[in-house]
Design a protein around this ligand. Sequence first.
Ligand code: OOG
Ligand code: NI
Length: 445
Amino acid sequence: MATTVPTWRLRAAFARRLSAMYGTEVPAYTTLVEVAGRVNDTVMRAAGEERAQRFGSIERVTAERHGAIRVGTPGELRGAAQIFAALGMEPVGFYDLRDASSSAVPVVSTAFRPVSPDELARNPFRVFTSMLTPADRRFFDPDLRKRLDAFLEERELFPPELLDLAVRAEREAGLDEERAERFLGLAVASFELSPEPVDRAWYAELERVSAVAADIGGVTSTHINHLTPRVLDIDDLYRRMEDLGIAMIDRIQGPPLWDGPDVLLRQTSFRALAEPRTFREPDGSLSEGSLRVRFGEVEARGTALSREGRALYDRLVDGPVGEWAAHFPRTEHRLAAEGLGYFTYEPVRNRPRDGRAPPEDVGGLLDGGWVTARPIVYEDFLPRSAAGIFQSNLTDPGARDSAQTGAHYDQQWMSGAIGRTVHDPFDLYAAQQADSLCRARPPHP
Ligand code: OOG
Ligand code: NI
């Protein structure tokens, strides 16, 4: 049968259906999406369409979401990677949140997302995916680790039929109508909150180590734990949500508000309400209770920074705002000319000829009117904000035995575990920039 639903349509449909499902499960999410839409309308009117869409078309921004899931084992991570591969989403970046956080957050993560500019423009859906680290002795003693591994080994997050369809969708770059429907139904269902009773004692035991460990290893399924819309003015959104009586975390994470260029990612969040869950008590009886494991988050995105730009950002972001304003490039032009941000370049077609040879450097090309620059949107995450998101949703810091040495994980380990290359985000942006510059560079006379 012909492939009538291509990869990007599967991805867009998956994002839409996940959003509809999450809206019924977490009503505050629907409010957030509505408010984000109103803020975006306001910006489009106030700033004008040209400026408002400097970081992507309003269609893209309106459809844009990221979600987050958490899994327990390399095998489960591989399964998730297969499902995302069917949707044209590849692993990008390695995040070690164990040390980025003072609370016990025993996970390492990557983000699945489209990597080519065309695919990102069609639908940029991404999923931040974290894997538990039971081998890390700082969090799990050998006895608990053994029982945790056994528990995780027993469960099945993704049914074989879903994984088979995902393999086919990846191989054939899409699915026929009927299989697409089946695939999407099974995929969305595997990220729903499960009605399966939660083993009270087991959950509580893990929770004493880390609420994140309990959320992952204390239940028999995974679930989408937030879905984040994108907004063009996150400060305005923050005020509007507070006016609606929704208590946000105390700040917007990431770069400060200022009148210079928007860079990287600014995020803020609120805790979702506790949701009713069934528990299995130690005596085998069932009881009703609740768990508060999900939340709402919103984000604004700006220019991707180069390694040097990122190092400057990391150095300045914790300092006083005055330091930031004094040392961070105040204009896009400076970000580009100093090689601190990533841009795509276009040749200026009707530049008056003055007989001079074009300069080699980007700053000179921009100053001389040879090329124009357009920022490349930051498509990834920030480990400190991610750790902050985990942390702001924990009521208890958990426990960590710092006398033990932690298990080592890195990008290469994760590539091996998934069986797919985990891309370095800087390399992706740099290649896109180099490609455009190569085509925009005027020939020497
Ligand atoms: C993921 C937190 C990371 C973000 O936006 O930084 C994240 C999680 O809570 O599982 O989504
Ligand atoms: Ni998030």
